[in-house]
Design a protein around this ligand. Sequence first.
Ligand code: GDP
Length: 380
Amino acid sequence: MYCIGCGAKIQTEAKNALGFLPAGALKKKIAERDQMEAVQAGDEGSEASIKTEDLYCQRCFRLRHYNEIAPTSLTDADFLRLLKEIGQHDALIVNVVDIFDFNGSLIPNLHKLTGGNDLLMVANKRDVLPKSLKVGKLTAWLREQAASRSLKPKDILVTSAQNKDDVAELMEAIEYYRRGRDVYVVGVTNVGKSTLINAIIKSASGSEDVITTSRFPGTTLDKIEIPLDEDSALIDTPGIIHRGQIAHYLEPEDLKYVSPRKEIKPKTYQLDPEQTLFFGGLARFDFISGERQGMTAYFDNEINVHRTKLEGATEFYEKHKGELLAPALVGAKLVRREFKITDKSDIVFSGLGWVRVPQKAVVAAWVPEGVDVVVRKALI
Ligand code: GDP
């Protein structure tokens, strides 16, 4: 069975993947269809007046009825195919990234795949970062980080998807940079791409009646088109899954720890060498050697930070994970990586937060197996 909106194969298992329909809804649809077929069969002679009910996945259903886009994700192979396809069009690429999880939200090799098209970078979730951080400084940092990945955006816009002014500014920038061309919006999952697109649809439908369509039947590339003018459109593409993000390892009830809703309050700890910080039961930071210094943790306000001695920290973790050190991943082991810091840097626990190390130090970062750890130039 396939969704008649987007062509994806109907499935009832993975909520955020293509073609999802809750099992109950699918059962109901099948029952409705059987009933209708029975009526049609008993109605011989007259023109078959009742048509078989159309089958839509949940995403297309919501889009049709509420003009609202739900996030979906693609396999890597599908996503690469999609990016290649974009590279063959003369279009503006809008890449949405999450400022709180910048490294985790970059698309590997985006620059190679988009075929020299103009790029507009949208750094979303600015509301999560301390207000004291100036947009100019943030933009300069983002530009430097993008350049280190060979990305040279025409412009970088800092947004909060909930902020109407930001959405209006984004639309203006898109209109300015697209120069009449189609616009492809790309991003990894969880960066807030759907929230932004829904805000765009909402603000656009205020002035004219925007009809969004999920209209690529027969392909598995579930793209959503929002018409911009007579012959061009804004095309929303599914999010790519970045497996190094901690979100993919968490239980649904713990996802709140990696999607901060409010401005994060940095916490500074004066640390001596051979001290350890635990971030709930999800990550661990060891200060191994160096001078006593103030290390600042940027994590969701609800993550419990626990300081202890490096010596015995492993036993401490084993004893207290899931209780004093919560949340923790069931059955997961923390894996250690050591870093020698020479200049003020952030040790980033992908998607969870980061620790700012201001001076020379040797440190270790522990994360669940599979989760990325990155060292970068300090953001703040
Ligand atoms: P997508 O997977 O990129 O489409 O991301 P979603 O739009 O589904 O958003 C992922 C999560 O981030 C959701 O919990 C959103 O509520 C949240 N989110 C989206 N935009 C923002 C933002 O600007 N600020 C904050 N704090 N959260 C956001």
